[in-house]
Design a protein around this ligand. Structure first.
Ligand code: ZN
Length: 195
């Protein structure tokens, strides 16, 4: 089993190396700057499904969501073709195309509770700051369900190609706390231009 997972990881690296990205290398706050103070470090906060694995940023329904880094849209495990899953509602997942502060190339950023399905498709390439959806309140068994929690963006961050014992993840799922990432972007004025 260990051998099999090692092969899968190596296979992942091979595929990843074949991907080239020529866009600008930047990192941006995922919502308009007006909402830059609307989050706290809520990693591990108790939630019905277990400890919270992300950061919630509060904003009105319909506020634009921006890609934090450039990268490629991927399908989140357990999500339907429209990006729907029970916990996250309409979601988008983007694999970072380059290192950006604490983010490493290959890491996955996950945007959840979108008002509507993202217009993006798996395989699409985005640049940092591209609009990838709108803030909403979606989640639940049935696609399209709207919850009564306040509208917010759930931002998740997952290690891309972690190997056992060589891992930054802070949860079984491979999740990393996005709070320091957001603070880093915000501390640089909400948009960081990298090398
Ligand atoms: Zn959340």
């Amino acid at each position: 089993m260990l051998l099999l997972s090692a092969l899968l990881v190596v296979g992942g690296f091979w595929m990843w190396d074949s991907f080239t990205y020529d866009g600008p290398r930047e990192a941006v706050f995922p919502l308009p700057q007006t909402f830059a103070n609307n989050y706290e470090n809520d990693w591990g906060a108790p939630r019905p499904q277990g400890p919270h694995e992300g950061t919630d940023i509060y904003a009105p329904e319909g506020a634009p969501i921006y890609a934090v880094t450039g990268g490629t849209v991927t399908t989140a495990r357990g999500s339907s073709e429209t990006g729907w899953n029970t916990l996250g509602g309409y979601t988008v997942m983007i694999r970072a195309a380059y290192d950006a502060g604490p983010v490493e190339r290959g890491d996955l950023l996950y945007y959840a509770h979108l008002r509507e399905p993202s217009p993006l498709q798996p395989g699409d390439e985005v640049e940092a700051g591209d609009e990838i959806g709108e803030v909403g309140r979606t989640a639940g068994q049935e696609e399209g369900t709207v919850q009564d929690f306040p509208p917010h963006l759930h931002l998740g961050w997952y290690e891309g190609f972690g190997l056992p014992g060589d891992s930054r993840s802070q949860a079984q799922s491979g999740a990393i706390n996005p709070y320091p990432l957001l603070r880093w972007v915000e501390g640089n004025g909400g948009r960081v231009v990298l090398e």
